[in-house]
Design a protein around this ligand. Structure first.
Ligand SMILES: [Zn+2]
Length: 356
């Protein structure tokens, strides 16, 4: 195979060409030879600075370049963390501003282990919030290592990235990734899928059935999945003979999981029946509120019920807060921007692009 003249250029010439091209990411993927020559932290950092820090005129091309960057092999969790530190350490906050420039309640250092612990408000957004790339397939399909879970959690919490649902491969990866998280009994990964509509549909009793029959009935995973059904899925069907039969069979074997799951199913169904048809609003006041103590038992280290209160699944929202959240999420799904609600209508009070 013949080699193009560009591929024979020394790195010292190729790098300036790449920068002069406006950091054209197509060059990084043009050929193995060119991408190998441009493969350096210097080039990658400069590329990230160009596309992830600035807001460019052509937002569509920028989003495409961002997608390409996050899909690249070199964009690992370790590289991304080091880039974030290098980029925002001088200002001392993920908003990219110093207190003199208007930063308040600085978020520093970033909580990479649990991004949901970082609090931002509509008047204090992280600079990375404007990133509208597609979530890369490598972060959707698993395997669910701590790095993968933390990377995905950080992007979901801080940026406006979404799954490319029009791409059948990405769609399938998200579905398979959720199933794999259940099979791997990775509670943190399952929680991301359960509590982020950007990663797919609301959990259903079929998800619970899968977690019980295919996923070994990890009680923490089953509980969290049922919790989200109550919270997000007021119209989800709650009948499943297969699950009821599973409970009865385990109970007859003396397996305490049978009685526990039966209790949870009854609890979920009773909650729904009791509040169905009331006029309390978008969600019933008891939505998602299962009693973790009811039916619990000491199953030892391998069968312990873990119930977490994540920032994205706090159950006690007021009705108006729920409405605000619902509209905001619905709107973000549409175009990935940050919008706020005022007097029952969605208003664009502060688009992220206005920060530039
Ligand atoms: Zn700040």
């Amino acid at each position: 195979m013949s080699v193009s003249p560009l591929e024979t250029l020394p790195v010292e010439l190729l790098q300036p060409i790449f920068f002069a091209s406006g950091h054209n990411v197509a060059l990084l993927h043009a050929s193995d030879r060119i991408s190998a020559r441009l493969s350096s932290d210097f080039v990658y950092t400069s590329t990230c600075n160009h596309y992830l820090k600035n807001i460019l005129e052509d937002r569509i091309s920028q989003a495409a370049a961002q997608t390409s960057i996050f899909a690249s092999k070199w964009m690992t969790w370790a590289f991304f963390k080091s880039w974030v530190i290098k980029t925002y350490e001088p200002s001392g906050c993920l908003c990219g501003l110093t207190p003199d420039d208007g930063c308040f309640d600085a978020q520093w250092p970033p909580n990479f282990d649990n991004a949901t612990e970082m609090v931002f408000s509509r008047s204090h957004l992280p600079r990375l919030a404007f990133i509208k790339a597609r979530i890369p397939k490598k972060l959707l399909r698993g395997p669910w290592t701590p790095d993968t879970v933390q990377f995905l959690q950080f992007l979901l919490w801080i940026t406006s990235m979404t799954v490319n649902w029009s791409d059948s491969e990405s769609r399938q990866d998200a579905i398979d990734g959720r199933a794999r998280a259940i099979r791997e009994r990775n509670l943190e990964a399952v929680e991301l899928f359960n509590h982020n509509r950007r990663l797919g549909k609301v959990a259903s009793l079929e998800t619970v059935r899968f977690a019980v029959l295919e996923g070994g009935c990890d009680r923490s995973i089953v509980y969290d999945t049922m919790f989200t059904i109550g919270m997000w899925g007021p119209n989800v069907a709650l009948d499943c003979d297969e699950l009821d039969r599973w409970c009865e069979e385990r109970m007859s074997e003396g397996n305490p999981k049978g009685q526990w799951l039966k209790t949870k199913l009854e609890e979920l169904r009773a909650t729904r029946v009791a509040y169905k048809g009331t006029t309390v609003g978008y969600l019933s006041p008891t939505g998602g509120e299962l009693d973790s103590d009811a039916g619990d038992y000491d199953g030892g280290a391998t069968d312990r019920l873990v119930v977490k209160q994540h920032k994205w699944n706090q159950p006690r929202w007021t009705q108006s807060q729920w409405r605000w959240r619902r509209f905001r999420l619905a709107y973000r799904r549409r175009d990935g921007e940050w919008y706020l609600l005022r007097r029952g209508k969605v208003h664009c009070l502060q688009r992220v692009s206005a920060l530039s």
